[in-house]
Design a binder for this molecule. Structure first.
Ligand SMILES: *Cc1c(COP(=O)(O)O)cnc(C)c1O
Length: 453
């Protein structure tokens, strides 16, 4: 065994993993990245189909972004953000206010997605307390939602594997059955987001108690890339206004072009009261997040210090100058290279190839796609849409085969997906889709599958 691998196993506890698995499938130590490719210490290369956990926008070791970092680091790397500021943070905040929906006027910086969710929840609650709405203490979230894993964020999540054990520690959240288009019982060809009825009922019954509704707009990522109609978001915005409830959009995974629009809420042409952004904001280079909000919320916290209205939440690395410089260059490249328009075309191409391949396969229940997200759901029975039981780890087994072939997939249960860096080219797309389907076929012919089945 390579000594790096040995030491990794000796010293490191990896996220989202059963460490025993690492003894069979050793950690892959990456030495270098270039575009969509990752190179390990043995020189083997892998196509990063998932943009290193949905963060990378413009490829690994992007020349322009690397230059922007080098330039920034010779000026200032980081400075306290209380009472101090820095040029990249100021320029970035101005830019973000310009490109996000029109109600969003203020930018609050933090350093990871979960923190951004915590901030939005706290701001919404705090706003209501300052307004004397003391009964508004609850949050509403959707079934299968994912919003991060610190305790507040986890409270609005609904992913069994992450939630169940911590239930005694979590906030009392109202859970609403959300959209599930693949298994929808309404007529899918003429969707009017009938499933919104569940949310409507909840809001009618509980609006006095609800501070905010939080959703992942258009795509529930960790739920297996469940894509739903913008009509749902339109209805949600309208009802939140009617009942004086904040709408928090968690755009952490879908913001910055992933869905084919700059922000996923643009599909529905709505503006939230809070927008959480992270992941793609800093091109996959550095931890960074922001919460954007309205003048109305901001003004509610404005006053003399003795009024005790301030929002005293803080993170050490808020407004980090390096991360902001990266985010600015990221957005500049988006504009100059017309990334959003390109994503629409590339997304269509990935979808077309995937659909062609899926038609020839016996194992695919659905291909769903929005912009630069394409997901494949594997089912045991296309009629009943029944999946394989979790303990078979179908996705994980296919993941291991694909790795040997030079592809980094990271399936969620029975769902495989492509969320590649936006700079992926046609040849790379073909390699990605073909290799993925080869891996699927190989798995179903393998002894592992036969033993389980
Ligand atoms: C990744 C993610 C988070 C959490 O972000 P972290 O930086 O991992 O804490 C929250 N919400 C969504 C939708 C995400 O995809």
């Amino acid at each position: 065994m390579n000594s790096y691998v040995e030491k990794d196993l000796q010293y490191i506890w990896h996220p989202c993993a059963q460490m025993k698995d690492y003894e069979e499938l050793n950690p892959i130590v990456i030495e270098k990245g270039e575009g969509v490719w990752l190179y390990d210490i043995n020189g083997k290369r892998y196509l990063d189909c998932i943009s290193s956990w949905w963060t990378n926008t413009l490829g690994h070791s992007n020349k322009r972004i690397n230059e922007a970092i080098k330039k920034q680091i010779d000026n200032i790397e980081h400075v306290i953000f209380a009472n101090f500021s820095n040029k990249p943070a100021i320029e970035l905040a101005e830019k973000l206010v310009k490109i996000t929906p029109n109600k969003l006027k203020k930018v609050f910086f933090s350093d990871n997605g979960s923190s951004a969710v915590e901030i939005a929840l706290k701001m919404s609650f705090h706003y209501n307390m300052q307004r004397g709405n003391v009964k508004k203490k609850k949050f509403v979230a959707l079934s299968d939602a994912y919003h991060g894993e610190t305790l507040g964020a986890l409270s609005v999540c609904d992913i069994d594997e992450f939630n169940t054990v911590y239930k005694p520690l979590l906030l009392d959240t109202i859970r609403v059955e959300g959209p599930d288009c693949y298994r929808c019982t309404y007529n899918r060809d003429s969707c009017h987001a009938e499933c919104f009825g569940n949310m409507e009922k909840c809001m009618i019954e509980n609006n006095q108690e609800i501070s905010a509704v939080i959703v992942e707009p258009m795509v529930q990522g960790a739920a297996g890339m469940k894509i739903y109609s913008p009509i749902y978001l339109k209805k949600l915005r309208k009802l939140c206004d009617e009942y004086d409830i904040h709408l928090i959009l968690d755009e952490i995974a879908v913001g910055f072009g992933r869905t084919g629009e700059m922000f996923a809420c643009n599909h529905a042409k709505i503006s939230p009261d809070f927008m959480c952004l992270s992941k793609g904001i800093s091109a996959g280079y550095m931890p960074m997040s922001v919460v954007m909000t309205t003048d109305e919320v901001y003004n509610c916290f404005y006053g003399d210090y003795k009024d005790r209205k301030s929002f005293l939440h803080s993170h050490t690395y808020s407004g980090n100058a390096m991360a902001c410089a990266i985010a600015l260059e990221n957005l500049k490249i988006f504009e100059e290279e017309n990334i959003i328009e390109q994503n629409k075309k590339k997304g269509e191409f990935i979808k077309k190839l995937t659909l062609e391949k899926a038609k020839l396969s016996n194992y695919i229940g659905e291909v769903r796609s929005l912009g630069m997200i394409t997901a494949i759901e594997i089912v045991r029975d296309k009629e009943t849409k029944e999946g394989y039981p979790w303990h078979m780890r179908v996705g994980y087994e296919i993941y291991k085969i694909a790795l040997r072939k030079g592809l980094v997939l990271r399936p969620i249960g029975n769902v495989l997906y492509f969320i590649p860096p936006y700079i992926i080219n046609e040849d790379e797309i073909e390699f990605m889709v073909n290799t993925c389907f080869q891996s699927i076929e190989e798995y179903f012919k393998s002894n592992t599958f036969k033993v389980y089945n």
